[in-house]
Design a protein around this ligand. Sequence first.
Ligand code: MRU
Length: 372
Amino acid sequence: MNIYGKHYRTIWLKEDDARIVQIIDQRHLPHKFVVEDLTTIDNVARAIKDMHVRGAGLIGATAGFGMYIAALRAPKESVEAFTQTLIDDGETLKATRPTAVNLEWAVNRQLAAMSEVDDVAGKVQVVKATAQAIADEDAGFCRRIGEHGVSIIEVISQRKNGETVNILTHCNAGWLAFVDYGSATAPIYAAHDRGIKVHVWVDETRPRNQGARLTAWELGQHGVPHTVIADNVGGHLMQHRMVDLVITGTDRTLYTGDVANKIGTYLKALAAKDNDIPFYVALPSSTFDWEKRDGVKEIPIEQRGAREVKYIQGLVDGELKWALLTPKDSPAANFAFDVTPARLVTGLITERGVCDASEEGVLGLYPEKETK
Ligand code: MRU
């Protein structure tokens, strides 16, 4: 993705010192573009927990590079001590955010890769290569999600005789939530690049405002027409046929088709169903949970601090400032995600193609996951 005309990924190894991992600190966007160095496992854990980086794919990629940092700093005298440090640091990373399944997936992938090699130096090399592979794969998967998802937009555009296709999205499942391209945004970028007329309704996504701050910013950088709306507007727009299609991302999707995504997604899916508007979820296979079956009962939902609900951050006279919104002493609850049952999801857009949000649909694309 190009930012101010220069190509960036969201995470990379520093050009002149590959022991340093660099990220875009998303807390400052859209007002400031800040690159942060990560050199310790505490840096990495804080960057994930406090959302310097966020979004399913990027959390996974950061965990992958975090394990590389852990490997660089782990004791090298014995294989046992080295391995135990990586297991412990992996647990520290896994505890940072419970809903995004990519986190656990990336740590486990690193531990499995490392166990294939006997000596410490070899393990460090494998962990570095695996971190890079996780990041490259994420970018490649998102690019393919774009290639598969664009046909859904194309069909609607043809039906509308080339008139603008209005797409509603929630939160940020753009390139900032991955290593590049994004999941929900990848088909939108692909459509825009092919000259299909698109316009995006961007839900602001309280309380962290990832839509207003991040999705609006990255769509703007790519020149995609968009309008930021308050979270409660979507239903009204759908009733008035001002939305042709909803595409969201997901932090964890069960192989049965239940989708965990940013809080408020479920309400958009209900409104879409009531108005016969297609509701698609875009995800790379690293976001599938292949074990759980019932999303509402089984997916752990992260609860975050009340401060995110009670305060709002913005630019005041060129400075980022926090303002109190609520009565000072009112308690606030902050559920970060909700679950949209499979029956409300029109389809899943993956790197292998589009499928029904059902066990049959998902296993049809990923037959190797069939256990029977
Ligand atoms: O809390 P966040 O910002 O990490 O939430 C993740 C998200 O951005 C969304 O839920 C997104 O739609 C899915 S992640 C690609």
